[in-house]
Design a binder for this molecule. Sequence first.
Ligand code: PLP
Length: 299
Amino acid sequence: MAVTQEAPAEPILYVNGEFLPLSAARVSPLDQGFLLGDGIFDVVSAWRGKIFKLEEHLDRFFDSIRAARLETRLSKDAWASAILETVRRNSLGDASIRFILTRGVPEGVVADPREITPTEIVWVAPYVFLADEAKRARGIRLMISATRGFTPDTLDPRFKCLDRLHSQLIRLEALEAGYDDALWLDNQGYVAEAAASNVFLVKKGTLYTPQTGILRGITRATVIDCAARAEIPCCEAPVTSFDLYSADEVFTCSTAGGALPVREVAGRAIPGPVPGPICQRIDQVYWEMRDGGEFATVI
Ligand SMILES: Cc1ncc(COP(=O)(O)O)c(C=O)c1O
């Protein structure tokens, strides 16, 4: 891949068929994505020149496109090509790659949402970890937010939609209370997920993770696979805050860094070493999978 090439002076974005430097890239202030959060996105990452699970991310993206009744001019293969070409033009081997589709720019104020030309964007940045090195080593502190998650009969959490106000509010709540991140519960009080990651706990050698009320994280699915490979039992099951308070280990996971250990949940310290042995083992299998080129699209 072209990582050895000189990096461009500024990031290059793909916007509606063109590759443009950031300062020249434009989206209309009338875009429905901006005005209404009417759009969807996904984030995939590259590590050492290989994009991980691009197909899975594109499948999830296209599921959201269909469910949100959005239109795209690009096929799945064309999105993959646009993504690859944007990464190449940015000369990044370790990258966080965001691809975005909005309903686009309407003709008038009251527009028929079926008659709008979509906006398609790919933005590539250097690889992002959800937490800095010290927190990855020592674990993060999680609070349990007072804000509840969406239910499937309102805005199904499986939509990876642009409207992230909900996540921003719980992040603000966490940061202002001195925590690193927060989990939300569903409307019945079961644990759902964190602002931008899924959650796992370990009890007596078994992994547990919520099954419903969540974004179907690609990393979550990978962790379940890693657990199977490492012969660690893993259950998708209803989880309550009690389960977290009494867990042997807790960790979150996302594309932004894989497994992230948790050292405290709502004021209760996790007993024992953090990261715990199962979190460490999962992390090891995860990075072996990536370094070994499994599920890889070479840039
Ligand atoms: C609400 C939410 N849950 C979970 C995740 C983790 O998903 P993935 O592993 O696909 O990055 C994200 C990622 O942004 C998210 O926003």
